[in-house]
Ligand binder design. Sequence first.
Ligand SMILES: [Zn+2]
Length: 56
Amino acid sequence: MKKADCPVCDALLELDDKVVSGELIECQDCGAELEVIKTNPVKLREAPQEEEDWGQ
Ligand SMILES: [Zn+2]
């Protein structure tokens, strides 16, 4: 089990050992979508908001 801080709410998150960089996870505390940018040690950042056009 790996641990990392949520950059949004500072909660300590537990991540799978097999987590890979680029993976998107959800903060268990605030629900923010986070992107794994490093795995050793794990570093997270807020995932970019996708602005998809659902109106098609
Ligand atoms: Zn959070």
